[in-house]
Structures are given as C-alpha cells and as structure tokens.
Design a protein around this ligand. Sequence first.
Ligand code: AMP
Length: 214
Amino acid sequence: MRIVFLGAPGSGKGTQAQRLMAQHGTVQLSTGDLLREAVAAGTPLGLRAKAAMDAGELVSDDIVLGMIRDRLRRDDAAPGFVLDGFPRNLAQARALEVMLAEIGCPLDTAVLIDVDLDNLQKRLTGRRTCSVTGKLLNIHFSPQADLDACLKAGGQLIQRVDDNEETIGNRLKVYRAQTEPVVQYYRQAGLLHEVDGEGAVDEVYARVTATLRS
Ligand code: AMP
C-alpha cells in the first residue's frame, strides 16, 4: 500500500510508521529522518537544511522533493511505503501526486492521526530516541521497562535539538498554517481517513490498522 501519514508534530506518526514497518515490512519514508541524517553527515544538503530545521521552519521544497524523488525510486519502495512527515504543504502534495502518476502508482490512502494540539507540548518535550535501537520513546509516557531496556543495552535517550519549547511553538504554528491545508486536500480527493491519536501506542496502532483494512 502507498500511504501518507498526516498529523501535527508529536501526534505519533513516526511511532505508528515504525510499527507498521516492523510488523508488515511497509517501508517508512520520513523526510525528517532523512534530513537529520544529512545534517549529521554534514552533506551540502544537510548544511542547507539545518537552519530551517533548528528554527522549526520548513526546509525548502526543492531540497525535500529531490530527496523524496530519489527515495521513491529505490527498490524497497516499489511494493509500497508510508510517507511520514511528507507532504507538509500544498506544493509538496501536488508534486507528490505528479511523481506517483508518472510511475503509475497513485496513493491509496492518507491517514490523519488526530491529537488535541494542547497535548502536544508534553509529548514533544518528553520525546527521546534510543541511541542503540532508534526506537522512539517518551520519558512521560513510555513504559519504564522500555526506557530501562534502552539504557541496559548501553544506549542513551537522545533528545532532538528541535524538541525545545521555543521551536516546538513554531513547528505547531507552521503545521496549522501550511500542513492543515494538506489535510483538506486529501479530504477533497476522497483519500482521507481520520484516526483518533489519543491513548496508548497499541490502541492507536489498532485503530490505524483497522482503518487500513477498511
Ligand atoms: P519531523 O521529524 O517530521 O518533525 O521534521 C523535523 C524538521 O525537518 C521539520 O521541523 C522541518 O524543518 C524539516 N522537515 C521534515 N519534513 C519536511 C518536509 N516535508 N518539508 C519541509 N521540511 C521538512
């Protein structure tokens, strides 16, 4: 299946996409992860993207679209994929439609993971990634056993540089102004499914998979 996950920063898109990949092998294409890798590797693309990312602004469309175009051409994306964090604005949504039409593989569905924007601050400030497994965790919400497992494996709980209060505020503003119109775009196209993103990760995952089966 070719799926887009939509939702505000901290809505759980990445966590749900990771789980779908672990259980069904559907490859997760996260523009945020690809950009962070480019920044960490110090590539020219990463250097161009870094300032916008640190400020919680969107990276320019030409960078992101080039990256996605390359990624979609790789063999592992051929059977299907979950796009996580892309498209983030209408221009990207339209460009994606054209790209997929060119390869004759249109999108099957767009899933909006719906979370009350007021709850997102806590989700984002508590978010951590295990340095060993790459698993997304939250110091406020994850089971203690999962947090301990990372530390026992010799890992560290890493906080993203853009998960600080000031940048979070800006990312939520950018989501409202630029990404919410994308939700409407997929609604009008008849592709949108909304899933309640509140509650435990397992509960949300059960809703996501039920939606994908429907
Ligand atoms: P994320 O991990 O999806 O929250 O993305 C982290 C940051 O990467 C965002 O705040 C943006 O600066 C940048 N970014 C990720 N995806 C996109 C995209 N599709 N378009 C523009 N910027 C993006």
